[in-house]
Design a protein around this ligand. Sequence first.
Ligand SMILES: [Zn+2]
Length: 84
Amino acid sequence: MSTLTPICVKCRLEMRCVKNNRLVADPEADGFPSTYWLGDEYECPDCGCRIVTGFGLAMSGPKVQPEEAALMFDYERKKEKAEA
Ligand SMILES: [Zn+2]
């Protein structure tokens, strides 16, 4: 098991990396400008649950014009209870 590889809690399996440099858009909120992040997208081989982790590079400012569709971070839903 690698220290960098996420594991699925439900399935107890290592997740596999399905996409490096997954673009995530962090929308403008509370005076902070919209920001784009690059992370790694992982998928659980059993249940298909997907996550993005390992964010490193942030890109912000009006000049950022991503060439691909970004995963939009959703501030509206972040207060939902986590599943037990
Ligand atoms: Zn799973």
